[in-house]
Design a protein around this ligand. Sequence first.
Ligand code: GUN
Length: 293
Amino acid sequence: MTPTLIDGKKVAADVRARLVKEIEELKAAGHTPGLAVVLVGEDPASQVYVGSKVKACAELGIYSQKWALPAETTQEELVQLIHQLNADDRIHGILVQSPPPPHIDEEAVILNIDPRKDVDGFHPANVAKLVLEDETGFVPCTPLGCMELLAAYGIPTAGKHAVVIGRSMIVGKPMANLLVSKKANATVTIAHSRTADLPGLCRTADILVAAVGRPEMVKADYVKPGAVVLDVGINRIEDASKPRGYRIVGDVDFEAVKDSCSAITPVPGGVGPMTIAMLMANTVKACRQQIAG
Ligand code: GUN
């Protein structure tokens, strides 16, 4: 079986095209959506992500501020910046790139973000809204992007068994909440490092979401013939043949599973491009809500 390759670049471009129109309308009414991106420290992957987020804002006409703070920045200094951004009317969305250096208490920092500006959907007020299915809240961008991909490809979720591998607050848990919601109506199992017979469980999945951060962990024996596979992993592995000395692979062994699944997201070019597109969507949503008061 040749699987459908789920083209995240194309779906992300469609989302961005929709947003450009909305942003033009907002600007015509005197409002420019604004996003502040905060990076603490010099993690190379985070630097790339932050750069991509700021670039995406520029391309769409969203006002952005990039705050690149030294690794020694204290918790108090970071919280002070968050309060400044909470009070800045030009800024509708605030994002602190994860993971921060170890001396920073990430949860405590997030608690200081005004939930109305929490476009990452990490604040407990937004986690609660997701669980309550209150659509005024913000949903983390990567799982939101996964749902957008399923919708764009007309992949049904109702009555399907979805297995989400990974229980992070950024992907696994919000993904499970979205899939089990009354909008999607999937039956959901969350698997993790202590799950018994992980391959056997995953083989019962109609929709398999891999969000563990372990390169090519999902092998052929994890996938039921005809299943839909969403690979959220972005892992750097050494590859001396590449100019950078590494290449990017997902959590799924693409070559091993591609012949049995019905549809799959490649890495790169699958879920990855959706994350930033949904961040832009959340920023526009935040702007709209803050205008409405
Ligand atoms: N690090 C990896 N993914 C994300 C994300 O979606 N948001 C933030 N803030 N940090 C991340």
